[in-house]
Design a protein around this ligand. Structure first.
Ligand code: IVH
Length: 700
C-alpha cells in the first residue's frame, strides 16, 4: 500500500495505512531510543513521518490518538512511552463545606440561567490514580495515566492486569475512551506490605502509593502480582454518545463489563447531595478502600456540554472533600527555604508523626505573618497565637497538598522567645525585602543567589515544564555544584561539554549518561506552552502559560509582542491584558521579564537550542470565529455572559474585555455603551446578539 499516492487513498485505505505507519514508526523509535540499534536511517524515518502527516492532513478525522505526529517522544530506556490524550484529562474543583456545595449549584444554574432545579449524580471520590483506556472496535488499544492532563504514560501492558478493566467489549462505540480510578483495596494493601516486608523491601505508606507504584511497574509481570482494581466514572474521546445522562452513561459502561461504583446515586437538589455526602461518609470506614470525598456531576449531558470547562476543571462537576485528618507533634525547628522567585518560605521541621496514614516530617508555615498569628488583612488567626520553635503543633493534610499547621498548644510552651523572621537571605546574604502590601519577603539577589538559580533550574526541568527523564532535582543540584549547568541553555550543551566526564562519574556510567542525553535530545523540541511555563516568570502558572500560548500560538509572535509591549499602554499591552484570565499583575510581570537584560539573554541562549512547536488552538470544528478576537458588551438576553464567552472560546475565538485595533467582532447586547462607540470609531464589525448566535450556528 505504500505505493499508493496519498491523494489517491480511499478513507478505508488511509485508516489502515495510518495504523500501519504508527506501528512501523513505533518499532523504529524503540530500536533507536531503547536498544540503540536503529532499524532504518533518518531519511527513511523522515519519509514515513512525512507520509503520515500528509495522510492526516487529508483525513483529519482519522488522526489516531497514538499517531506518531502526536507522540511526544519515544519511551526512554528507563521509563514509559508517552501518550497524548485525545481529550485532556481534567481535574476537579473542590468544595470543603455545605455552603460551597450550595454555591456550586447556584453557579451552575446562574451560568445556564435556569430557575428550576438541576439534577446531579453523587458518587465516592476514589483515592487512587486516574487512568484513560482506549478501545477501538471493542479491543483495548492502550491505557495511559493522567500525567499532566495532556500527556500521560503508556501503561497498556499493566492495565491488562487490573480487575474491572475488560480486554474486549461488546456493543460499544467504534472509538471509546473510558476513564476511571485504579485503586488497591485495604486487604490487598495489607497483604502486599506483608510480602514486601518479608522480602526485605520497603513497605508502601498507603494504598494510593501502592496502587501507583504497582501500575507504574516497567515489568508488567510484577503488576500482575499486585491486586489492583478499577472504577469507571467518566470518558474521553467517543465516536458516538453513550447516553443522554451521566447516570445512563455509567450504566452503559457497567453493561459493557466495567466496574462502576455502587454508591452512585441521582440527587435532585443540593440538600439531597449533602444527605448522600453524609451517607457515604458514614460508610467510609467499612468500604474496604480509600475515598477522600464525594463527587457531584450535572446529570444531563447536554447541560454538561453547555457548561464546558475552565482551563483544567469542568464547570459541571465538583469534589466535596472530607475534612482533613490531623495529629499533634513537636515543632523541632523553623527553617527558611528560598524559592525560585526569591520568596523566603518558612518550613516547620517536625518530630515525625503519622497523619492519615502518611508520615509527616515537614509542614509549610506560609510566611512571617502566619507564624505571628495574623492573616493578610491583619486579623488574628489561631486567636492570635504565634508559633515558636519547640512548640506542640497540630498538623493536617488535605488531599495531596503539603501538610500545614492548624494550631498550637500554649499550655506546653517552654520557649520564651518569639520567632524572629530573617531580614537577610540565609543562602546568599542579600537583603530580604518585604514590599508594602506583600505577605512574603524576597531575597534581592536574583540570579546571583545560588538558591534562586537552582530553584529556577529545578522548575525548568519539572514535570509540567521540560520534564526531562532522569534529570530531577537531585541531578540538577549535582550539575550546578560541579559548575556544569548555570543556565537552562547549558542543559542542551551538556553532552558536548561534559558527556564523557559524566559517563565516568560515580553513580552514573555510560548507560545512564546515554539515557539522559537521549531524554534531553527528545526535549529539544518543546510545545510553546511548556516553554513559557518553564521560564518561571512570576505569576505565570501552567494554565496561564497555556492561555498565552493559545493566544500568540508561536514563539516568534509571543516574543515580538512581549518586546513591543510597554507596561500599561499601547496596543500590545492592551492585547496581553485583554486576554481573559490574564490580569494586570501577570501582564506586568511578563512584560518586565522580557524587558530585563539578564533574563532576555538567558531566554535568547535557550531558544537558540530549541525547536519550539506552535500551539494549535483547541479543535474548533471548522468554526467561523476561530482565531478572531471577540468582545461582548451590554446585556445579553439569550445566554449568560459567562456562557457566551465559554462558547466563543470553545470555537477558538479569543474573548477580550476591551476594544482595540485587534478586535474583530464586537457583540453588542442591550444598553451597550462606550465599547460600542469605540468599536464603531475603529471600524470593528458590530453584531447583535442574534447575529452572533446565527454566525456561530453556521459552524460545522
Ligand atoms: S470525575 C471531568 N469522578 O479525582 C471529571 N474523578 O480531583 C473527571 N477521582 O483526576 C473526574 N474519583 O483522578 C471523577 N468518582 C470520580 C472520582 C474522580 C476519584 C479523581 C480523578 C480526578 C481527581 C480530581
Amino acid at each position: 500500500m505504500e505505493d499508493i499516492p496519498v491523494d489517491k487513498l480511499t478513507k478505508e485505505e488511509a485508516r489502515a495505512e495510518l495504523a500501519r505507519l504508527s506501528g512501523v514508526m513505533r518499532r523504529a523509535e524503540d530500536a533507536y531510543y531503547q536498544q540503540d540499534a536503529p532499524v532504518m536511517d533518518d531519511a527513511a524515518y523522515d519519509a514515513l513521518k512525512a507520509r503520515n502527516l500528509a495522510i492526516e492532513a487529508r483525513f483529519p478525522a482519522l488522526v489516531r490518538a497514538d499517531s506518531p505526529s502526536r507522540r511526544v517522544g519515544a519511551a526512554p530506556a528507563s521509563g514509559f512511552g508517552k501518550i497524548r490524550h485525545a481529550v485532556p484529562m481534567l481535574s476537579l474543583g473542590n468544595a470543603f463545606s455545605d455552603e460551597d456545595v450550595v454555591e456550586f449549584d447556584a453557579r451552575v444554574r446562574k451560568f445556564l440561567s435556569l430557575e428550576g432545579p438541576v439534577h446531579y449524580t453523587a458518587e465516592p471520590k476514589i483515592d487512587g490514580l486516574s487512568l484513560s483506556i482506549r478501545y477501538e472496535s471493542g479491543a483495548l488499544v492502550y491505557a495511559a495515566t493522567r500525567g499532566d492532563g495532556e500527556v500521560g504514560e503508556d501503561v497498556t501492558a499493566n492495565a491488562r492486569h487490573v480487575r474491572g478493566i475488560p480486554h474486549r467489549i461488546e456493543h460499544a462505540p467504534e472509538i471509546l475512551e473510558v476513564r476511571g480510578e485504579v485503586y488497591m483495596e485495604h486487604a490487598a494493601f495489607e497483604a502486599l506490605n506483608a510480602r514486601q516486608q518479608a522480602a526485605g523491601e520497603k513497605p508502601f505508606s498507603n494504598p494510593r502509593n501502592a496502587a501507583a507504584g504497582s501500575l507504574r511497574q516497567l515489568d508488567a509481570e510484577i503488576t500482575a502480582t499486585r491486586p489492583l482494581a478499577f472504577f469507571a466514572y467518566a470518558w474521553g474521546a467517543l465516536s458516538a454518545p453513550l447516553a443522554d445522562t451521566q447516570k445512563g452513561a455509567i450504566e452503559r459502561l457497567a453493561d459493557m463489563g466495567f466496574a462502576t461504583n455502587p454508591l452512585t446515586v441521582l440527587c435532585e437538589s443540593p440538600k439531597a447531595l449533602l444527605a448522600q455526602y453524609r451517607e457515604i461518609e458514614r460508610q467510609r470506614a467499612t468500604l474496604g478502600y480509600d475515598i477522600d470525598g464525594v463527587v457531584y456531576k450535572v446529570n444531563d449531558l447536554a447541560l454538561q456540554a453547555r457548561l464546558g470547562m475552565r482551563s483544567t476543571t469542568p464547570r459541571w462537576a465538583i469534589a466535596h472533600k472530607f475534612p482533613a485528618e490531623t495529629a499533634w507533634t513537636r515543632l523541632e525547628a523553623i527553617d527558611i527555604q528560598v524559592g525560585r522567585t526569591g520568596a523566603l518560605s518558612p518550613v516547620a521541621r517536625l518530630h515525625p508523626v503519622t497523619v492519615g496514614g502518611v508520615v509527616v516530617r515537614n509542614a509549610t508555615l506560609h510566611n512571617e505573618d502566619y507564624i505571628k498569628g495574623v492573616d493578610s488583612k491583619g486579623a488574628p488567626i489561631r486567636e492570635g497565637r504565634d508559633i515558636r520553635e519547640g512548640d506542640w503543633v497540630e498538623v493536617y493534610r488535605a488531599g495531596d497538598v503539603i501538610p500545614k499547621i492548624r494550631d498550637v498548644d500554649l499550655s506546653k510552651r517552654e520557649n520564651p522567645h518569639l520567632y524572629a523572621f530573617p531580614t537577610r537571605c540565609p543562602v546568599c546574604g542579600s537583603a530580604a525585602v518585604r514590599e508594602p502590601g506583600e505577605a512574603v519577603a524576597r531575597c534581592t539577589g536574583a540570579f546571583s543567589c545560588a538558591a534562586q538559580r537552582l530553584e529556577k533550574l529545578k522548575h525548568f526541568v519539572s514535570r509540567q515544564a521540560f520534564d526531562i527523564d532522569g534529570l530531577g532535582a537531585k541531578q540538577m543540584q549535582a550539575f550546578v555544584e560541579w559548575g556544569w549547568v548555570a543556565d537552562p541553555a547549558d542543559i542542551f550543551t551538556l553532552r558536548a561539554r561534559h558527556g564523557d566526564a559524566l559517563a565516568r562519574r560515580e553513580g552514573w556510567g555510560a548507560t545512564s549518561a546515554r539515557n539522559l542525553f537521549a531524554a534531553i535530545e527528545a526535549r529539544r523540541t518543546i510545545p510553546l506552552n511548556r516553554l513559557i511555563f518553564a521560564l518561571g516568570i512570576r505569576h505565570v502558572g501552567e494554565s496561564s502559560a497555556m492561555l498565552l500560548a493559545r493566544t500568540y500560538q508561536s514563539w516568534a509572535a509571543f516574543q515580538a509582542a512581549m518586546i513591543a509591549a510597554q507596561p500599561r499602554e499601547g496596543a500590545a499591552w492592551e492585547e496581553l491584558n485583554g486576554i481573559d484570565g490574564v490580569g494586570e499583575v501577570m501582564a506586568a510581570s511578563v512584560v518586565e521579564f522580557f524587558h530585563t537584560a539578564s533574563t532576555r539573554q538567558m531566554v535568547d541562549n535557550l531558544v537558540a537550542q530549541l525547536t519550539i512547536e506552535d500551539v494549535r488552538p483547541p479543535d474548533t470544528g471548522g468554526s467561523k470565529v476561530a482565531g478572531k478576537t471577540v468582545v461582548f458588551t451590554g446585556t445579553l438576553s439569550r445566554v449568560t455572559r459567562a456562557e457566551a464567552k465559554a462558547q466563543a472560546e470553545g470555537l477558538g475565538a479569543k474573548v477580550s474585555g476591551s476594544v482595540s485595533g485587534k478586535t474583530d467582532i464586537l457583540v453588542a447586547g442591550e444598553k451597550a455603551g462606550s465599547k460600542l462607540k469605540k468599536a464603531e470609531s475603529l471600524g470593528v464589525q458590530v453584531l447583535s446578539e442574534d447575529e452572533w448566535l446565527a454566525l456561530i450556528a453556521q459552524t460545522r
